[in-house]
Write a protein that binds this ligand. Structure first.
Ligand code: DHB
Length: 389
């Protein structure tokens, strides 16, 4: 196969990139190891920044997000038995939108299929070769065992935290940090318990009361990374969740899905080698607190599509040469924010009494100060996209 841009991974980053390249007249091939059904059904995060929504709507990638996403004008932080409201429009003039990632994926896939995109599911990348030549390749294998050689002018690794492309770009790995906890996530049939999401710090650990619709809710509580989701009865799960939001009563209902989310912070040492670039989780992973993962992947795409247009349409390499430096500024801000929200809200298993009281002091500083609330609001709703490149 020959194409201009080979994209490994049909997640939000890979699909949106192919959509934006197509709009500029640049053809691409997108491959993913998973099936379309698996991609469209895997439950992931739920919060889109304003800039993400504007881009999805403005580029024609999703009309549905405009009609179906729920605008959230704030969050509630709970600690020490009390709730504190952060009013995002008043603090920073922006909001966020609740619209599940797998719905974004359904829209992006439908748009690519309608446009006649060469989009191949069940195709596993094996390696990326020739990064430092003008003709990089992706070697891949289909579900039938056939070998594929995709020759392109540029290769993009949008293949997630177990990226195959990373070997060609950042063979020495990256900067990373692990956390001594995970999230136990559930989906349940119940009405919302609050008008906005609740991020709660309690003596028993963290809980996040999120939402999906009027009838389905998403909730998480901090757990041991080795916890077995099926070992918990529904009653135990509800008792655990209720104990972590003292002062609030959760609406309970049948739990129809449960999963464990492991926490990791990661940034690859290198994001580009020659004509191969890593974007999204292939280049960086954040812990979920604060919902930056997908939004950050989309910010990478905004920059990279600009660099690829300059390279492939105008033979101008300068934006591409600037890509990794410019992208990494936002990446490290998002790394800091995700780490900060995580460490401010979770209770580490080895936390001392000092650590615990210091953490409550931090939560008071942030919530009692308008500057503190604004700091959180600006980061949570998303910084403006970078304009240089
Ligand atoms: C959700 C996940 C997050 O990590 C977050 O910060 C907010 C919401 C969610 O899945 O709904």
């Amino acid at each position: 196969i020959r194409t201009r841009v080979a994209i490994i991974g049909a997640g939000p980053a890979g699909l949106l990139l192919s959509h934006l390249l197509d709009a500029a007249g640049i053809p691409s091939v997108v491959i993913d190891r998973r099936s379309r059904e698996e991609i469209e059904q895997t439950i992931r995060a739920g919060i889109l920044e304003q800039g993400t929504v504007d881009l999805l709507v403005g580029s024609g990638a999703s009309d549905r997000v405009r009609e179906e996403a729920h605008r959230h004008d704030g969050i509630e932080l709970r600690f020490d038995g009390g709730g504190h409201r952060f009013d995002f429009p008043a603090l920073c003039g922006r909001s966020v939108f609740l619209y599940p990632q797998h719905e974004v994926l359904k829209d992006l896939i439908a748009a690519r299929v309608a446009a006649g995109q060469d989009l191949r599911f069940g195709v596993t990348a094996l390696s990326v070769e020739g990064a430092e030549t003008a003709r990089p390749h992706v070697f891949a294998t289909g579900d039938d065992g056939d070998l594929l050689d995709i020759q392109a002018e540029f290769v993009v690794g949008a293949d997630g935290s177990h990226s195959v492309a990373r070997q060609a770009v950042s063979p020495m790995g990256g900067h990373f940090r692990e956390y001594p906890f995970a999230w136990f996530g559930i989906l349940c049939d119940a009405p919302p318990s609050n008008d906005v999401l609740i991020y709660s710090n309690s003596d028993n650990g963290f809980a996040l009361i999120s939402q999906r619709s009027d009838a389905v809710q998403r909730m998480y509580f901090q757990c041991d990374p080795d916890a077995a989701p099926d070992a918990w009865s529904e009653q135990q799960i509800w008792d655990e969740l209720q104990s972590r939001v003292p002062g609030t009563t959760l609406n309970e209902g049948t739990i129809f899905q449960r999963d464990i989310l492991r926490f990791r912070s990661y940034v690859a040492h290198e994001m580009r080698r020659g004509r191969v670039v890593l974007i999204g989780d292939a280049a960086h992973t954040v812990p979920p607190t604060g919902a930056k993962g997908m939004n950050l992947a989309i910010a990478d795409v905004v920059l990279l599509q600009r660099a690829l247009r300059a390279l492939l349409l105008e033979n101008d390499e300068r934006p591409l040469d600037a890509y990794a430096d410019v992208a990494s500024r936002r990446i490290w801000k998002a790394q800091h924010f995700s780490w900060w929200m995580t460490s401010m809200l979770h209770v580490a298993p080895d936390a001392s009494e000092f650590d615990r009281r210091r953490q409550l002091g931090e939560l008071r500083m942030v919530t009692e100060s308008e500057a503190g609330r604004r700091y959180l609001a600006e980061a949570y709703t998303g910084w403006p996209f970078e304009t240089e490149l």
